[in-house]
Design a protein around this ligand. Structure first.
Ligand code: NI
Ligand code: MN
Length: 228
């Protein structure tokens, strides 16, 4: 599969002819390399409801009739707006035509902004395991470091892990290095940093920290792509 990073936590997978987007946040994302009208999605996988992960779900979903895959509550919020959905929940996997998606735990929160600006409950936050073409990808979503990442490493053995390093809202670089160890030393791509001043981080320093532990890291520039 081809994996393209679009800044923040937004990742696009091209698996054969199928385009799968994770946490589309292009509109309002100062790091985004593409504008929402130029993006094409067949499936949209969501880790949680916060706007820096879901800003362009409606625009993308309605364009080509893409299916939104998320926890029951979050999927239902989009379903009520006329979007095709596939609700799931933590621990569950489903085989889609392009591959298998599993929702795993994440320690964070999940809400969408209600009409009065207050947060509306959007179910549990999740991480995503995507298995396709014999490869396994882990997108941790927004999360603190938690011990069961060891279990994720043991059970699913990711080839690549997208880990937040921004701190403040998620774990920071030091915790992400521990996460990478517990996940079994996959290729690590840092996400959720430098989008806003409060999550500014030195990605090169993070890559060096990983290297000291014998872990390969790649800080992808927005628009950059790797093939797995
Ligand atoms: Ni969040
Ligand atoms: Mn976030």
């Amino acid at each position: 599969m081809e994996i393209r990073y679009h800044g923040h936590a937004t990742v696009e997978l091209v698996i054969g002819a199928t385009r799968v987007w994770i946490d589309p946040f292009l509109t309002g994302n100062p790091l985004a390399d593409v504008a929402a009208p130029a993006a094409e999605a067949d499936y949209i996988l969501l880790t949680h409801g916060h706007s820096d992960h879901t800003a362009d779900v409606l625009a993308l979903a309605k364009k080509r009739g893409a299916t939104v895959v998320a926890t029951y509550e979050l999927a239902s919020l989009f379903g009520a707006q006329g979007v095709e959905i596939h609700p799931m929940n933590l621990g569950g996997a489903h085989r889609f035509p392009f591959g298998t998606v599993r929702l795993v735990p994440a320690f964070h929160s999940s809400s969408v902004e209600g009409p009065d600006g207050r947060p509306v409950y959007a179910g549990m936050p999740a991480g995503l395991i995507v298995e396709a073409e014999g490869k396994t990808l882990y997108h941790a979503g927004d999360t603190a470091l938690f011990g069961d990442m060891k279990l994720i490493g043991e059970l699913y053995r990711p080839d690549v892990a997208f880990l937040p390093i921004g701190d403040n809202f998620t774990m920071g670089p030091a915790e992400a290095v521990v996460a990478a160890e517990w996940l079994g030393k996959p290729l690590v791509v840092p996400i959720h940093y430098n989008t806003f001043p409060v999550i500014r981080q030195d990605a090169d320093a993070f890559i060096r920290l990983l290297a000291e532990r014998g872990i390969e890291g790649r800080a992808l520039r927005p628009g950059e792509q790797i093939t797995l």
